[in-house]
Design a protein around this ligand. Structure first.
Ligand code: SF4
Ligand code: SF4
Length: 72
């Protein structure tokens, strides 16, 4: 799976890290947000739903191709 941040929209506010159950493990905010260590990700899609800029897309890869799990 992937957590994609649209860097053009991201303001680096840190909301994604704050709402993520594994925030400090996954999110690095350095001007722009970046999701790492996705083995910790629950695919809860909270980050995508709470991003004020709607910059995050959580994509779950499935056997029969990609399915978009949550589009902010
Ligand atoms: S919540 Fe959205 S705008 Fe804020 S840092 Fe995360 S990705 Fe960027
Ligand atoms: S989907 Fe949930 S666990 Fe995964 S990065 Fe977003 S908030 Fe964190």
């Amino acid at each position: 799976m992937r957590v994609v941040v649209d860097k053009d929209k991201c303001t680096g506010c840190g909301e994604c890290r704050d709402v993520c159950p594994k925030g400090p493990k996954i999110w690095k905010i350095n001007g722009k947000a970046e999701a790492n260590n996705l083995r910790y990700c629950h695919v809860c899609t909270l980050c995508a739903s709470k991003c004020p800029e709607r910059a995050i897309t959580v994509i779950r890869d499935e056997e029969n191709g990609e399915k978009e799990e949550a589009s902010a």
